[in-house]
Design a protein around this ligand. Structure first.
Ligand code: NAP
Length: 289
């Protein structure tokens, strides 16, 4: 194998340690403790595991957790009331509505009630608009995690050919915007792209966010490229990424494994966003920002 394998677990832990130290210093200086409110409607077991993981990570980082669990038959109005209360609660720096919600609740629509200042998922239209405009704001966690992996490995983005395979609102589109903001030359590919292999072969930075196991072939990878695999696919032989890892690693300079690559970064960046939100709110309240 030629490529250096990126240790996403170690980098995520480093970010989490930094956030903990930042919170300690911030609170130690007399500022209010940052807080993250999670809202889970219903009893989807996977969602419950995700929310528990986020709450645990908050506790470890010294961030206050507000864990709201609503019954599966909760009406839309009740969720709306809770989100408005959290929006008005000064102890809550960030709000996260866990998706998907049960059918009677318009989850995606509900997230739009979250003010941009508290949108630590960075996925509401307002936050995406700020990103598109290059204005300060909270950015989506998984794309931020990809950027952090590239930054920690000092991958040159200025003027680099970056190809993102996938154009979802969750990953592909915001990641392309972040790469563009870092002055990469960005191409976004999707299911209608012609000559996908040829486009990928141009990439100095190749990101796969497709949701198809081992979809990106080894010979699509340019020699020495940084290959970031966002995919998490459950297969008969366990978790697989969107990149055919072994052959891709023969050609790449740097590559993420699955699991242990991008996956652990999402929660780490959520914590960082929560602290960023808390600081921005404190500054806005004192009229400094
Ligand atoms: P998604 O919403 O399903 O989007 C997949 C994208 O891939 C679409 O834009 C689609 O194109 C494109 N695509 C599908 N088939 C293709 C093909 N044959 N050729 C080229 N492009 C193709 O998925 P997502 O939410 O972005 O997630 C992608 C993967 O990342 C999944 O495996 C997911 O589990 C994983 N993920 C991981 C994390 C994490 O690590 N924390 C977070 C989020 C997602 P069209 O738009 O043309 O349909």
């Amino acid at each position: 194998m030629a490529a250096q394998v990126i240790d996403g677990k170690a980098i995520a832990q480093a970010v989490r340690d930094e956030v903990r130290a930042e919170v300690e210093a911030w609170v130690g200086a007399g500022n209010p403790q940052p807080g993250l409110a999670t809202v889970l409607v219903g009893d989807d077991p996977a969602s419950a595991v995700y929310v528990a993981g986020k709450q645990r990570a908050c506790a470890e980082a010294g961030i206050a957790g507000f864990d709201h669990r609503l019954a599966a038959d909760t009406g839309q109005g009740e969720v709306e009331v809770l989100l408005r209360e959290l929006d008005a609660d000064p102890r809550v720096s960030g709000i996260l509505l866990q998706l998907p919600t049960p059918p009677q609740v318009d989850g995606a629509g509900m997230t739009e009630l979250i003010a941009p200042a508290k949108d630590v998922d960075g996925l509401t239209p307002a936050s995406i608009g700020l990103l598109a405009k290059g204005r300060p704001g909270l950015r989506p966690c998984t794309p931020l995690g990809v950027m952090e992996l590239l930054r920690r490995h000092a991958v040159e983005l200025e003027g680099a050919e970056a190809v993102v395979v996938g154009r979802s609102d969750l990953v592909g589109k915001p990641l392309a915007a972040l790469l563009l903001a870092a002055n990469a030359t960005v191409t976004i590919c999707h299911s209608r792209t012609r000559d996908l292999a040829g486009v990928c072969r141009r990439a100095e930075v190749l990101v796969a966010a497709v949701g198809r196991p081992r979809f990106v072939q080894g010979d699509w990878v340019r020699e020495g490229a940084a290959v970031i695999d966002v995919g998490i696919n459950r297969t008969a032989d366990g978790l697989a990424g969107d990149v055919d890892f072994e052959p891709a690693a023969e050609r790449a300079g740097l590559i993420t494994p699955v699991p242990g690559g991008v996956g652990p970064m999402t929660i780490a960046m959520l914590l960082r966003n929560t602290v960023q939100a808390a600081k921005a709110q404190a500054m806005a309240n004192t009229g400094e920002g």
